[in-house]
Design a protein around this ligand. Structure first.
Ligand code: GDP
Ligand code: MG
Length: 424
């Protein structure tokens, strides 16, 4: 069984939480894109964790976790994250964590360049996490990157690094007028943090194909959501990688394998970190109440997240581009404080109403059409069966199912591993 777990919205839907839960039934969990700009929260019997690079299957002892070739890896950050988890009693070693030899290394100068560019843009910044993600993906496609496999021959690695650092310093000094980075510092960084992970490097194409041949199952864990995808998202306010389910086999090293199932993680309301058009956005008191209720502050950055009601055009689009077979609807419990629940059912654009998600740059002109559905207005966080949910909550679930044209299989009513309901 090859399953992909992906975000339907703008990210922070609760993917980490669902991967932690569903990985019980899988042998392998792969992250296949992005870097440490992810913040996946997991609350389980071992504690509460915010994962940036490590797959959310890391807490299960018999699961092998993979950082795929589609990822960009800040080795210093990985070192810190692994240490943090080990301190909490999580076992991590080359047996249960493997890093693709083709994954790209996010270097200290990528972080610098990310900051220099955001600062240059000032008021028009993209709202980057400043963790070097756009610069490192840029270098990947410019073919100026160091990959994990290069660490296995440090002599050759030094030669590549030398030429790349000279190239990067042209931009650092001549475009941004900043101080050049030193090749020896970058090499020392690679030796220190790369050295630690040498035994983890592997050819995931061989590893995963062998695993599948031996009947093993794989769960692919995406970062961010459909609307942040580099091609299909709200470009340029997107991430720099493909957050789409169809990319999972490619970004993990198995472009020859086909997914059996796509689980879309969809939030019962909307949230969006950073800049970009967010048609359904709440402001003022409505926003504050929802942000407080949902604890909507970024895991990676601590930034207050922008919030709004469930957005039908955006979520329908997310379901479609992800090719979702089933949905996990998360954070339904957060809406319990509302007597009437607002839903953005359509956009109004050029005097016409539409349920289709418009081209990114046209989105600024779109206005939300809000309808209200009856709330349940009571605590549902203790519900574990469909039958225990109030009628209004079931109606809300059915309403969203109908509007997004996808079945909701799981409903989550709390952050803890067991706080969910299976709908069928
Ligand atoms: P991810 O990036 O998609 O993994 O999501 P985040 O971890 O960034 O954000 C989801 C937040 O909601 C985290 O703080 C989770 O612990 C929390 N969470 C997930 N599912 C639920 C839920 O059903 N109810 C509540 N109250 N919190 C949830
Ligand atoms: Mg997150």
């Amino acid at each position: 069984m090859l399953t992909s777990i992906v975000g339907i919205n703008w990210g922070d839907e609760g993917k980490g939480r669902m991967v932690d839960l569903l990985s019980e039934n899988y042998d392998i969990v792969c992250r296949y894109q992005g870097g440490n700009n992810a913040g996946h929260t997991v609350v389980n019997p071992m504690g509460k964790f915010a994962l940036n690079l490590l797959p959310s299957g890391i807490f299960r002892e018999d699961v092998v976790n993979i950082l795929g070739n589609g990822m960009v890896i800040d080795l210093e950050h990985l070192h810190g994250e692994v240490q943090r988890l080990r301190d909490a009693g999580v076992k991590i070693g080359p047996e249960n964590l493997k890093i693709s030899d083709k994954a790209v290394i996010c270097m200290p100068y990528h972080k610098l360049l990310d900051c220099y560019e955001e600062d240059r843009l000032a008021g028009a910044a993209y709202g980057s996490t400043r963790r070097g993600i756009a610069p490192v993906y840029g270098d990947k496609y410019m073919k100026k990157a160091i990959r994990m496999g290069n660490l296995l021959d440090m002599e050759a690695c030094r030669k590549s690094l030398s030429s790349i650092v000279a190239y990067k310093n042209l931009t650092i000094e001549k475009v941004y007028g900043k101080e050049a980075v030193k090749e020896e510092d970058m090499f020392a960084w690679l030796e220190t943090y790369g050295g630690e992970f040498k035994d983890y490097i592997c050819d995931t194409t061989i590893f995963l194909n062998d695993a599948v041949k031996n009947g093993k199952s794989i769960l692919f864990e995406a970062q961010l959501g459909a609307l942040r995808d580099i091609d299909f998202g709200i470009y340029p306010y997107t991430s720099s990688s493909s957050t789409i389910a169809a990319y999972a086999p490619i970004g993990s090293g198995v472009p020859n394998l086909r997914l059996d199932n796509v689980v879309g993680i969809m939030k019962a309301y909307s949230s969006c970190v950073g800049e970009g058009p967010f048609t359904c956005e709440f402001f003022g008191k409505d926003a504050e109440e929802l942000r407080e209720a949902g604890g909507e502050y970024g895991v990676a950055t601590g930034r207050p997240r922008r919030v709004g009601p469930f957005d039908v055009p955006a979520s329908r689009y997310g379901v479609k581009v992800q090719g979702a077979d089933e949905i996990a609807l998360t954070k339904l419990d957060i809406l319990s404080y509302l007597k009437e629940i607002p839903v953005c059912t359509k956009y109004e654009l050029n005097g016409k109403e539409t349920k289709d998600f418009p081209y990114a740059s046209v989105l600024d002109q779109a206005k939300p059409v809000i309808e209200y559905v009856k709330g349940w207005n009571c605590d549902i966080s203790g519900c574990r069966k469909k039958e225990e949910l109030p009628k209004e909550a079931l109606d809300y679930i059915r309403f969203i199912e109908k509007e997004t044209e996808c079945r909701i299989k799981y409903v989550s009513v709390g952050a803890g591993r067991d706080e969910y309901i299976v709908m069928y």
